[in-house]
Design a protein around this ligand. Sequence first.
Ligand code: SF4
Length: 434
Amino acid sequence: MACGWVVCSVATSSTSIPSTAELLLRADWERPRSKQTALGMSDLGGCRRRAGYQYNGYPPEKPSGSVQAVIGTSVHDTADTALRMMRDRGLLPANSVINEEVRFGGLIGHPDLYVDGVLRDIKTIGYDAQLANYKLKGPPRRHLWQVMTYAAALIVTERPVHTVQLDYLVRDSGNSWLWEAPFDYMAVREAMVWLDLIRQTPLEYLARDFAPDSAQCRHCPFFGACWDGHVLDRDERSAILVEDQDAVGWAKRLEDARARLKSAKEDEALAKGVLDALRPNDTGKGEVKLDGYEKVLRWTVSERKNLDAEAVRADYARGGSNPPVTTGSSVKLELLAPRDDGLQHLDEGGRAVLGADEDVAALRQLVLDVGVELDGAVDRVGAAVPGEFRGEQHGCVRAGDQVDCEAYQFLTGRERLVPGAAGERRVQRHAFII
Ligand code: SF4
């Protein structure tokens, strides 16, 4: 059974025994470090919004840990015990620093080990694939910023650091990898610039760096505060539109993202097709290493077997029943060219925006050209400004400094120009044939 922090326990006749996962999380929540609300060095480079909540003293809504994080903590504790034993037995210098608190830039940190100018931090990670990625691209930014800030904290307290190490251990395989480099002043500087941004930016303007369904958000102790205010029964991210209301900007962003995605997919298909010339295998896996390219190309050829849905339906039908189905829902959002009817053309506030002077002139000319019956309101209709020359037009009537907006269905041929919907200030002024 999958359990989060929510109680997941085994009921017996006499008592309720928490699951192991829950026990681990409960114990972790009781640790003083878990209740530390202030920003720490381990938060550098993480979610900016989350850092903002910490900096502004928001109380955590729930423990932030996951079972994986508790396992990582246990690894640290065990390594810590082993290192202290070594120091006690004279196998490490007596002045070795083991999991002691350090401070820099107003942040607190706890480096795992400092000995003879070497600073080491232990990192547990989930999978070999993650480790392979780190080996290829180097440690992620947040790990670098954290360990370099530890180093800075030691250096300013007269403990020189010439080598910084990240000791990675993979939880599921036990594989490990030691990364090391000299102290990097620029990494500390970047981390401090990031931190300064968090401190200077009002909380509501700090970016939410993860999606609500991501592992980071699911375990975040500020989830409720972060996504509060989203539209009921809608995606949590609707909270962002509630805050800034730039629907047009988001629609354009969606359109742009889809264009880039389409182009990227075409590029991907082209490159994959070209490289198929090198594929060494017709079944199973095959790999090729190119001189001058750091990654290995691996092809996997697998036979695809699809369920024959028609045959399954026929089988069930013969037995007088329907096949079992699971239900779900998905939301599709299309960006379409406008149609003549049923569309809302809204600006902020639900009204059309006053058009350019050329639009006024064009409309006046059109009205005159087709001999519109003007209901005796030539000047007012002539000054009506269309939002766009399409099936539905939004017009604004100027009277001195006053601008009244209304919408028309602007139909060509011998149909009528009739009022349409334009929000609360809709006024039926004109209806005529063109
Ligand atoms: S819920 Fe997600 S986006 Fe919001 S602060 Fe937490 S990690 Fe960041």
